[in-house]
Every structure is written in structure tokens, then in C-alpha cells.
Write a protein that binds this ligand. Structure first.
Ligand SMILES: [Zn+2]
Length: 963
């Protein structure tokens, strides 16, 4: 009967629950030997998927291993509660279309709705986590919305503040107009998509063009892929090193970079009038493209700038200072009056009368407004050309709205100041796979920019900054501090509660600023916040910081890994570090980065396309052990993509789980015969060989686990299980069934020892079947070490059992067998037909030659110069072969009749063949023994069988019971 994975695993889950095995596995280990592991909190607003299963697996295998190494590995779950994902859900649930709708509803109502919704799928999570066999304390889970957690986040913020690492700045950055908030640069990198847009070249008519030495109207041509920014144009920038020409085309004159002429005029005919003297061009004024901001100070001039290139466009850049870093700097340098023609909601301001209130990038039809702008330009004779383009454009990672590059005020962490320390601390981290260190993560650190941490939103940890009317700022780092300043008892730190708390200090009235923190700042603070450090658990936290291990997907190199790293480095640098440390450090010593699980066809798993099996269904069919082992041995452990295949899980179920189960049930059939009173040293070569192989396995798994190489650690297990089943047990069958009592005991005690140690080695990867086998093997043993394999210590290599020679010799033996069987095949002689002699070309011990004799079915194996099989069939050998065929035929009938291994039978036969008759007579006793028959005699046949073209009828019945 195949292994009933679902049923057995559910029984074991119950057993663990009932006997509190997980709790024991933590509490039994000494408190002064901690192994600290940080769990990245997921959002409970979405359902768990394969990506979470992979991460959960790594977070289970490693702690189980270190527990068995004697460490106390506490594992507490966390929930990420704040931020846009939750807010977006409430907005759609309550049909709130804009930020203003939220304010009209009331921030208190909105936030309370978020609080309720945030743990929506916790039950589904609990079920999946449990079914996968992951051990983690979900009862005492921390939540990022708990006041203790938020208070520690304030502490982190204030420590950075005290170190001068926090500042408020006005900068161009990407905002989401729907969420009405700026996003950090790593959030922006998550949302690039190829989109269709329209680019335009607009005509800017120069005033006083005669200064360039030509008559009549001259237009400067400037190109943009964001036509909606044109109403905010206040300058045109030309490059210092670029040559410009005045060109006549269809009766008008234009200024264009020389290198761009072909492209701009698209191969049409034009004539170059002259080179532009840039001295004369710079400073020239032009007529505003749109009339709305015509009175802007120092505006509408040609200026020079070093960022202008001739890679695309006209070689002239249209400047709108509110929309882009470079633009902003030019505006500042040239003292141009401030123009912000679009609101943070992404709509034109009322001054832009022709388009007032229109969204600049409507989500439903992102080109609609650009088309309107282009129509206006064409109507007013200011359009030179337009073109459809496809380019990569950033979108909001939460709501998919196209982002706007927009100058606004935000709070920042000065990451650029920390860069050198971030790079130094990265060197102390062991990455799996190794290339992440200098590659994906290292490169990201080298390009690190200041981190925009404020969000103009509602559901998050508020920035603990209070401002006076005249702009003085106070940063508050604890609940107590706020209570002392305000005299108000504070029980909740959410925005709708604390925004009402105002206070006076030194005669000035202070009010909190509006923003909340980026939720990535909160998840980066989890090492401290989950323990409410430094307000509680001070000694315990400090003893376990930094953590030994974390694991997540590769996208976190720009997310959680990064924010953990930035905050830990910031908190540990300087002469007076916030956490007592001799040297600045990272937040973690070892990290495993997993890849992405794709559908079998290599595409992204898509709920809509249903191109992947439901994880729970796969678990029901093949069990969590098979799923775990399949994932643990896959490339996904090396940050590579995995095309998930249910067939792959099935293969693991067959080759590892079910094969091991068959070995175990075989052991159980005989285990009651085991005496176990004294351990004698076996002299059987198969026993010595499997014990030596076991030592190799233990050594290999241990070394790779110590290096966090989960795939390399788990892969050798399958090979071992197959060798155990297909060689050790198969070759030892006769020993278990045989009459040599001592050899039987050797075989039984060896197999028990192998199963026991194997169950320990497999425990971190396949915890269910490991438990099943451990308990089964121990069940009739009086001195049980413990009642779970997971409470055991990790096995050590027994040096005296390491025997490389025997492993080598067995490889030779198996090679001889394989080649000899080929010789039989060539000679067309079935393996069941015994042969007299095999000559082998290897020097092997008696025991090994015996194995070869049995496998190849020859009477003797002798050593010689070359491999040779004596294929001569004597009368005796022929008869013996026939005898074996008869035994096989009878056993086949036994099987078909559903008789058990133990039940005795009586056999009758009838045949006309003289040779067969003779065999029955000659081997009567031997056949009876091998088919467990009471009687074997000539009589009436029943089932017709054919043996070497000889006809025979057999009648096999259960033997009558004589009472
Ligand atoms: Zn958004």
C-alpha cells in the first residue's frame, strides 16, 4: 500500500499539537544558547501563494536544523499591517475615489476600517503555514500596528534624527497621483512597464531672432514624451558641447542640434542656413508656449545645461522645474519664478484654464490628456510633429496608476551619508547564492540614494515630528515623551488619535506634521520593534543582535533586506551607537535569497489563466514532505526561477517518500524478531557498506546546512534512500527471511540504526515522514530517547564506521554486476536461469563475490583476467531454472488469489511434459519450501501456465486447517 501522505501528515500534525512538540523543541534548549532568526512580516491582506511557501520552507528548515544542533530557536510570526496595500482595499470597499473622499469620510473612520480589514486572511495563512509543517508561533504574532511596535519605530526614527540622518527636503521624485503620495526610489523600480505614449516636438518662437543673424521668425524645436508638462514650460535648455544649426524647412526657420537634423525632419528636404553662435542664443527670450504663466519672473529664456544630450529629440530640452530633478535645478539656478501647473492629485490647476481640473494621466486612458494638449498646439500653430512611441514608464506598485515625476516636499533618510558603512557592513554578510553580495545587493548599495520615508497618507506609523508655527521642529521618540510634553495619556499612536495632540513648549505651540512613515521603514525596524526594544527586552535583544539568519525572495534586495541593512547600519555607527556594539554591523549574518516560482510553462503564475495547481490540492495529493523536498532541492534556493511542476512533486513522492516508506514497512515486518539486547558488531559487507554510506550522508548534509546551502544539503538524501532500497534492502532480503539467526539480527539492527539516523537527517526537510519513521522504529524499544525526532540532537559522524574502501569496492561490485547482466542479455539467458560460473577481472572479498553470485545468479564467482560468463547449460542447471520458473508461477497465483505472505497452501499440478514432471519430483521439497506449501502433488490443474514453451496447469489453494 502506498504511503498515505495526507492522512499520515494530518495525524502527525495532531500529535505535535497534542504533545506540544514545537513548544518543547524551543523550551528544552538552554536560554543562554540562542539562535536568532528574523521573520519578515507578510501582509495578511492577500492569500499565501507559492512564493510564500518557498520562503516559509527556508524559514522552517534552517531553524529545525539549529534546534537539533542544540540551540534555542524562538520563532514568532509577524504581520505587516500598515501602508498602501490595506488603504487601497478599504478605498475600494468603501468606494472612495480620492484622498479627499477619505478626508470627507473622516480619517478616524478610515483608519479604523483599515485596522479591522488588515488581518482578513490570517486564518488562511494559519492553515497553509500549518499544513506545510512550518513551526512558528502565530499565537503571539507581533503586528506592526501595535502601539509597542510603533513606539520602537519612533525610537529608531529619533535615533536617526539625533545622528543628523533625517531631513526634510523639496525634491523632484515620483508621486502616485491617485494615492497622492511620493514613493521611495525602490518602490518606483518595482513598477516599470512598457507603455504606449505620444511624443511631440513643439515650436517655441524666439523674440529678437535677428540677434542670431537671420531675418524673420525663428522657432526653437523641443521634444518631450510628456506633453502634459508643456503648459508648465518656463525655459529651454541647450547643451554646452552641442552644435546647433538654423535650418529652413517648408518656408520656416528652426533651431535644431546638428546631430538630430535627419531624425527631426524625417528624411525630408531642408536647407541648413548657418551654424548657431551659442553666445547669441543663450539668454534669448521666446514667446510662452501657453499663456497661463506668462508673467513668471525670469522665465521663457534659452539657457545652457550640462545634462542635455543628442541621444534623442531635438537636442533642446523643455524645462518645467516642478517635474524632474534636472528641471528643478535649472529653475533654481536661473531664479525662475515657481510654476506648479499640476496638483499632487495629478490634475491641472485652475490657472490652466483650457484644461483646468483635467487629470494629466488618466488611468483609464493614459494618452487622452496628451492628445488634448497636442490638439491645442496644432490649433495654435505650435505643433511641429507628433509620434506614437513605446517606452518604459513607472507605475504605482500598489494601484498601477502611472507615476508623475513631481517636485514636492518629503522627509528623507540621508542614505548617501551612510553609503561607505553600508558597503563595509555588506562584506560581513554571507549571501546564498554568493553572487548576490557584490551583484544585485552590492550594486544597489553603490547606487544608493536618499530614502524618501514620508507618505502623505493615513494608515501608518505617524512621523513623530511636531512643528511650531514659526517652523521649529521637535522629534519625539517615545510615548512617555509625548505624554510629558502634552499631559495627555497616549494609548494609540495612529494618526487620527495623535494629530489632535498639540502642546506648548518655551511659549511656542507645536502641532504634528501630517505625514506617516513608509511601511518599509517599519519592516526595516522589525528587529527592534518586535521586541519593543529598547523599552523592553533590552538584554535579550542585545545578546541576539544581529540575527544569524533571514530569508526572502530576491525582490527584497531592494526592499526588506535593504531597509534592514540601512537601519541597522545607521543605528550602530558612530562613537555612541544606539545599540551597544563595538563596531557597526549589519542586521543579519546569513541570508538565503530565493528565486521566483513560475508556472510550468515558464510564465508568471496567474490566477486568471489558472496555469498552476492550487497548493492545497498538491499537498493533499502528495503531502507536504514531497512539496518541501521538491522545493528545497530546486534551483529556487539559488535565487533562480523555478517552473513549478506537479509531476516533479509526484516524482519526489515516489522516489523519496514512498520508497522510504516501503523500506520502513519491510523493516516493520521483521522487527518483532529483533532481539536488541546486545549490540554485536556485524561482519556483513552490506551492513558495513550502508553504515559507511550513512556517515558520508551525515557529513555532507551537515556541512551544507552549516553553510546555508539548502539544495546541496537536501539533494544527497534522495540518492541515499534509493540505494538503501534498491541495493541494501533488496540484497539483504534473504538475510531477513533466512535461517541464520545471527545474520538476521545483524541485518535488523543495521536497518534500524540506518532508519533512525536517516530520520534525524531528514527531519528538517521532510519533518512528517521523519517523525513517522522515528516513532515507528522506536515503538517497540523500551528506552525511547524522546517522543519526537525533532527533539533529538543532530547525528554526528561515527568515525569508526567511515570506510572509504568498502564504498569503493561496492562501486566496483555493482559495476561487475551491471556488466555481467549485459553478458546474460547478449546470450539471451533469463536471470532466473542459474549458470555455473562467472569470472571477474576485479579483486573482491568473499562477501562481495557472494553478492555478485546472487545478483547474476551463478554458482560460483572466480577471479581471473577478464569478465567472462560461462553460458553452458547443463541438464542440472536447466532443471534448476525450470524449478525457479515453477516457483515464480505458483507465487504469481498466490498473489492473484490475495493470499498473505504467511498463509500456507496446497498445490496440485498436471502436465504432459516429461521434463517438467521430473523437475517436480526432483525439487519437490525445495518448491514446497519456497512457495510455503504443505503439499505438492500431481493432480487436477486449474490455472494454465506456460514455462519455456511447456504447458502446465496449477491449482493453488489455501492449505486445509487441521485442528
Ligand atoms: Zn497609487
Amino acid at each position: 500500500m502506498p504511503y498515505q501522505a495526507d492522512q499520515h501528515e494530518k495525524e502527525i500534525l495532531e500529535y505535535w499539537d497534542k504533545n506540544k512538540i514545537f513548544e518543547k523543541s524551543v523550551n528544552d534548549r538552554p536560554e543562554d544558547k540562542p539562535y536568532v532568526f528574523y521573520d519578515g512580516p507578510p501582509f495578511a491582506t492577500g492569500l499565501p501563494h507559492y512564493g510564500h511557501i518557498v520562503a516559509g520552507l527556508m524559514k522552517d528548515v534552517v531553524p529545525r536544523y539549529w534546534t537539533m544542533q542544540g540551540y534555542r530557536v524562538e520563532r514568532v510570526w509577524g504581520w505587516d499591517c500598515h501602508g498602501l496595500p490595506v488603504e487601497n482595499i478599504i478605498e475600494s470597499d468603501l468606494k472612495l475615489k480620492s484622498k479627499k473622499d477619505i478626508e470627507d469620510l473622516g480619517i478616524d473612520k478610515f483608519n479604523e476600517a483599515c485596522r479591522v480589514a488588515v488581518l482578513k486572511y490570517t486564518e488562511e495563512w494559519r492553515r497553509t503555514v500549518k499544513r506545510m509543517g512550518r513551526w512558528v508561533d502565530m499565537e503571539h504574532a507581533y503586528k506592526t500596528m501595535d502601539i509597542e511596535y510603533m513606539e520602537s519605530v519612533w525610537w529608531v526614527f529619533k535615533e536617526l534624527w539625533n545622528k543628523g540622518l533625517i531631513y526634510e527636503g523639496y525634491k523632484a521624485m515620483h508621486i502616485c497621483p491617485r494615492c497622492v503620495t511620493p514613493l521611495s526610489n525602490f518602490e518606483v523600480t518595482q513598477g516599470y512597464k512598457d507603455v504606449k505614449d505620444i511624443s511631440v516636438i513643439a515650436k517655441f518662437k524666439l523674440k529678437n531672432a535677428e540677434k542670431l543673424g537671420v531675418d524673420g521668425d525663428v522657432f526653437v524645436l523641443a521634444w518631450t514624451t510628456t506633453p502634459w508638462t508643456l503648459p508648465g514650460n518656463v525655459a529651454l535648455a541647450i547643451g554646452d558641447d552641442i552644435e546647433y544649426k538654423i535650418v529652413e524647412f517648408e518656408g520656416a526657420k528652426f533651431v535644431v542640434a546638428k546631430e538630430r537634423l535627419q531624425e527631426v525632419f524625417e528624411g525630408k528636404e531642408y536647407s541648413v542656413l548657418q551654424k548657431v553662435d551659442k553666445k547669441n542664443l543663450i539668454g534669448l527670450e521666446y514667446e510662452p508656449l501657453f499663456p497661463y504663466f506668462a508673467n513668471t519672473e525670469n522665465a521663457f529664456r534659452v539657457v545652457s545645461a550640462d545634462f542635455v544630450t543628442t541621444g534623442e529629440g531635438t537636442g533642446v530640452v523643455h524645462i518645467a522645474p516642478a517635474f524632474g530633478d534636472d528641471d528643478y535645478e535649472v529653475g533654481k539656478r536661473e531664479n525662475i519664478g515657481w510654476v506648479h501647473h499640476v496638483t499632487m492629485e495629478g490634475k491641472f490647476v485652475p490657472e490652466v484654464v483650457d484644461f483646468a481640473e483635467k487629470e494629466v494621466k488618466p488611468k483609464e486612458d493614459t494618452m487622452a490628456t496628451d492628445v488634448e494638449i497636442i490638439k491645442w498646439l496644432a490649433h495654435n500653430n505650435k505643433l511641429f510633429s507628433k509620434k506614437k512611441i513605446e517606452h518604459s514608464y513607472p507605475h504605482c506598485w500598489r494601484c498601477d496608476t502611472p507615476l508623475l515625476n513631481y517636485a514636492t516636499s518629503s522627509w528623507f533618510v540621508k542614505v548617501t551619508d551612510l553609503k561607505a558603512d553600508l558597503i563595509t557592513n555588506n562584506k560581513k554578510i554571507e549571501w546564498v547564492p554568493e553572487h548576490m553580495k557584490e551583484g544585485r545587493f552590492g550594486k544597489w548599495l553603490e547606487g544608493a540614494r536618499d530614502w524618501a520615508i514620508s507618505r502623505n497618507r493615513f494608515w501608518g506609523t505617524p512621523l513623530p515630528v511636531w512643528k511650531s508655527e514659526d517652523g521649529d521642529v521637535l522629534c519625539i521618540g517615545s510615548v512617555e515623551e509625548l505624554e510629558e510634553l502634552s499631559g495627555v495619556k497616549v494609548k494609540d499612536l495612529h494618526k487620527h488619535i495623535i494629530d489632535d495632540i498639540e502642546f506648548e513648549k518655551d511659549g511656542k505651540k507645536y502641532k504634528r506634521i501630517e505625514e506617516v512613515l513608509d511601511c518599509w521603514f517599519e519592516s526595516g525596524s522589525m528587529p527592534y520593534a518586535q521586541m519593543h526594544y529598547p523599552f523592553e527586552n533590552k538584554a535579550k535583544f542585545e545578546a541576539g543582535f544581529p540575527s544569524e539568519f533571514i530569508a526572502e525572495g530576491q525582490d527584497q534586495t531592494r526592499g526588506w533586506f535593504y531597509t534592514l541593512h540601512v537601519l541597522a547600519t545607521a543605528l550602530t555607527i558612530g562613537d555612541a551607537p544606539s545599540i551597544p556594539k563595538d563596531k557597526s554591523c549589519a542586521a543579519f549574518n546569513n541570508v538565503i535569497v530565493n528565486g521566483i516560482v513560475l508556472a510550468e510553462d515558464g510564465k508568471k503564475m496567474s490566477k486568471r489563466l489558472k496555469n498552476y495547481p492550487d497548493p492545497m490540492e498538491v499537498l493533499e495529493k502528495y503531502g507536504a514532505d514531497a512539496m518541501r523536498y521538491y522545493l528545497a532541492t530546486s534551483a529556487v534556493m539559488h535565487a533562480e526561477n523555478l517552473n513549478f511542476s506537479q509531476d516533479g512533486v509526484r516524482e519526489v513522492y515516489n522516489k523519496v517518500v514512498n520508497t522510504l516508506w516501503n523500506v520502513f514497512t519491510f523493516y516493520q515486518m521483521f522487527s518483532h524478531e529483533e532481539t536488541r539486547n546486545k549490540k554485536q558488531e556485524t561482519n556483513n559487507v552490506l551492513d558495513k557498506w550502508i553504515m559507511a554510506k550513512l556517515q558520508v550522508l551525515v557529513a555532507e548534509v551537515t556541512e551544507n546546512m552549516n553553510n546555508y546551502k539548502l539544495a546541496e544539503a537536501s539533494r544527497p538524501i534522495m540518492e541515499f534512500v534509493l540505494e538503501l532500497s534498491q541495493w541494501y534492502v533488496r540484497r539483504s532480503r534473504g538475510r531477513f527471511k533466512g535461517d541464520d539467526e545471527q545474520d538476521k539480527q545483524f541485518a535488523l539492527s543495521t536497518l534500524r540504526e540506518v532508519l533512525l539516523i536517516l530520520s534525524k537527517v531528514m527531519a528538517p526537510f521532510t519533518p512528517f515522514i521523519a517523525e513517522k519513521i522515528y516513532m515507528g522504529v522506536n515503538s517497540n524499544q523500551s528506552s525511547v530517547n524522546s517522543n519526537s525526532v525533532h527533539l533529538e540532537m543532530w547525528p554526528e559522524v561515527s568515525k569508526d564506521l567511515v570506510d572509504e574502501e568498502i564504498i569503493e569496492q561496492m562501486i566496483l561490485t555493482r559495476k561487475v554486476v551491471e556488466e555481467s547482466l549485459f553478458l546474460r542479455k547478449d546470450a539471451k539467458i533469463k536471470v532466473r536461469q542459474p549458470l555455473q560460473k562467472l569470472t571477474i577481472d576485479k579483486k573482491l572479498s568473499d562477501g562481495l563475490r557472494e553478492i555478485i553470485a546472487e545478483e547474476v545468479n551463478v554458482k560460483e564467482v572466480v577471479e581471473g583476467k577478464k569478465l567472462e560468463l560461462d553460458t553452458e547449460l547443463t541438464k542440472e542447471l536447466k532443471n534448476e531454472g525450470l524449478m525457479r520458473e515453477i516457483v515464480r508461477a505458483v507465487n504469481q497465483i498466490r498473489k492473484e488469489k490475495g493470499l498473505t505472505r504467511e498463509s500456507k497452501v496446497s498445490v496440485e499440478y498436471s502436465t504432459d511434459d516429461v521434463e517438467l514432471k521430473a523437475v517436480f519430483e526432483e525439487f519437490n521439497e525445495e518448491i514446497k519450501k519456497q512457495v510455503l506449501a504443505d503439499s505438492l502433488k500431481e493432480g487436477v490443474g486449474e490455472t494454465e501456465v506456460e514455462i519455456n514453451q511447456k504447458k502446465l496447469k496449477l491449482k493453488v489453494n489455501p492449505a486445509p486447517l487441521f485442528l
